[in-house]
Design a protein around this ligand. Structure first.
Ligand code: GLY
Ligand code: MN
Ligand code: MN
Length: 502
């Protein structure tokens, strides 16, 4: 299916008759849609913009949502807006490609939010029926300017006005979120160069980076509404994991089982939410030892463990990020349990470090210590290396061979949220109520790891939960999903029993 105006479709450039054009542009009922009602998120987004406004007085801030990305030739990936744009505008899964939020400084102080986007073309235009990327005839309903204004409580304009509007203002006081929309960034750079008063390109990039950092960092403490969205994402993800448990026998039976597991979770992600928050890791057997195993091309076999790291992103674009390592046959073997219980002990230690006043990096330190202690006790560290030595960050680290990743990251609208913050504010930053972090230690013994005991080889375990920092400690938001080895076995028995009786 391609439209008449695809640039690369040379075989389709036959002229269209006037009769056809006129016929297609006529006979459509009047568009009498009334504007969408104000969305709940509108007030939250307004508060976020007000906070940003205080940080950049008198400056014009350009926050693009980004455009469609080509998947292959003339087909695109499903659109997902840039998170800073979504956060500031309140637009989530229904975002239109090529939208741009501009915060215009007002003479009396503060900023006015203007959202530029491409409203639907009237039905008597060729765009309506020939444009396969944007025409409503091809892609379905698109919001009008009135819709966007009433739903989000801001000013909306046609995207075609953006360039002229940007050219009108003081280009010296212009910042843009650079990676979201490279073409727009180029335009902003050109305007700043033409203005002549701008600092050097490097200084401009640093000014832009400062804006991006601020936008990333301002999401670090979640308000009550955002925590509520995270609870929804986690509840949806819980359902997805139970669907996986119910389908494990089928995954074994059918063959190509990792793909099956990925697909079943994806089905729930689409049904319960907007989709997956990141590529699911469905890693059975030795694949669990590949930290980012997203190929999911393997078999699921009886007796193996399957590590599933997956999260559902809901329409507001908040996502869960949860890992469970499940015994495919319903029960852990002794050696699987030994490794699993060690990881679980490390996770409990990591969670206990989640409390206001502690540093973010204390979570990793606590979990890491338990991982190192087990490896030391099991005799895996080189001869003579003590626990203290391996835990020495400067000169040690032998234990990290079996857990190379960190234990925690911030979580929210991006699975790795607030990543642009500097070390002082992230790794060395203090935990504060309202932050949401993962706690996800693991142990990974690759099948060809000659330094691992033979019976460990091919076993990989990670346990990951999503944890809210509270006034006096933490709340595990994914606590309803069992994680102890015996609880996981009971969970599998319960869910597979229930699915058999359906
Ligand atoms: N799934 C990515 C992570 O756990 O960080
Ligand atoms: Mn994670
Ligand atoms: Mn994860």
């Amino acid at each position: 299916m391609t439209s008449e105006n695809q640039p690369k479709a040379g075989h389709r450039d036959t002229p269209v008759s006037t009769v056809f054009r006129e016929f297609m542009a006529s006979g459509w009922a009047a568009d009498d849609r009334s504007p969408a009602p104000r969305a709940e998120v509108a007030d939250h987004a307004a508060l976020r913009r007000a906070a940003l406004s205080l940080r950049f007085p008198g400056e014009r801030l350009v926050v693009p949502g980004g455009g469609l990305k080509v998947r292959s030739n003339d087909t695109d990936f499903t659109f997902r807006p840039h998170t800073a744009f979504a956060h500031l505008s309140g637009i989530g899964s229904d975002a239109e490609p090529d939208s741009v939020l501009v915060l215009e400084p007002e003479a009396e102080g503060g900023h006015r939010a203007v959202l530029y986007f491409r409203p639907p073309a009237p039905r008597d235009t060729e765009e309506f029926y020939t444009d396969s990327r944007y025409g409503e005839f091809w892609v379905g309903y698109r919001p009008t300017v009135a819709d966007v204004e009433s739903r989000l409580g801001l000013t909306a304009r046609h995207i075609d006005e953006l360039e002229a509007d940007l050219a009108k203002g003081d280009a010296a006081r212009l910042r843009v979120v650079r990676p979201a929309d490279p073409k727009l960034t180029e335009l902003v750079d050109t305007l700043r160069t033409q203005a002549g008063t701008s600092p050097t390109a490097e200084e401009r990039q640093e000014a832009d980076a400062e804006l991006a950092r601020e936008l990333s960092g301002m999401r670090i403490v979640k308000d009550a509404w955002e925590v509520g969205e995270m609870r929804k994402a986690i509840a949806a993800t819980h359902k997805g994991f139970e669907a996986i448990i119910a389908t494990l026998p089928e995954a074994v039976r059918k063959g190509r089982g990792e793909r099956w597991v990925e697909g079943v979770f994806g089905l729930y992600a689409r049904h319960e939410g907007n989709g997956i928050g990141y590529e699911s890791i469905c890693a059975a057997g030795d694949h669990a030892n590949t930290i980012h195993w997203t190929k999911n091309t393997g078999e699921v076999r009886e007796g193996d463990l399957i590590l599933v790291d997956a999260g559902i992103e809901i329409d507001s674009l908040f996502t869960a990020d949860i890992t469970r390592t499940l015994p495919v046959s319903g029960r852990f073997t002794d050696v699987q349990r030994k490794i699993y219980d060690a990881v679980h002990a490390a996770q409990r230690a990591g969670m206990e470090a989640v409390r206001p006043g502690n540093k973010f990096s204390d979570i990793h330190a606590a979990a890491n210590e338990v991982i190192a202690r087990h490896l030391h006790e099991w005799g895996l560290l080189p001869e003579g290396v003590t626990l203290e030595q391996t835990l020495d960050p400067e000169n040690g680290g032998w234990h990290r061979r079996w857990m190379v990743h960190g234990t925690s990251h911030h979580l929210g609208m991006d699975v790795h949220d607030c990543q642009l913050l500097l070390r002082a504010d992230y790794m060395d930053g203090e935990l504060k109520p309202g932050m949401i972090v993962t706690v996800e230690p693991g142990l990974y013994f690759k099948a060809d790891d000659l330094l691992a005991p033979e019976e460990f080889r091919g076993i990989g375990v990670r346990i990951e939960d999503d944890v809210l920092v509270t006034e006096d400690g933490y709340e595990n938001l994914s606590a309803a999903m069992p994680r102890g080895s015996h609880e996981v076995e009971e969970w599998i028995a319960r869910v597979s029993g229930a699915s058999e009786n359906r």
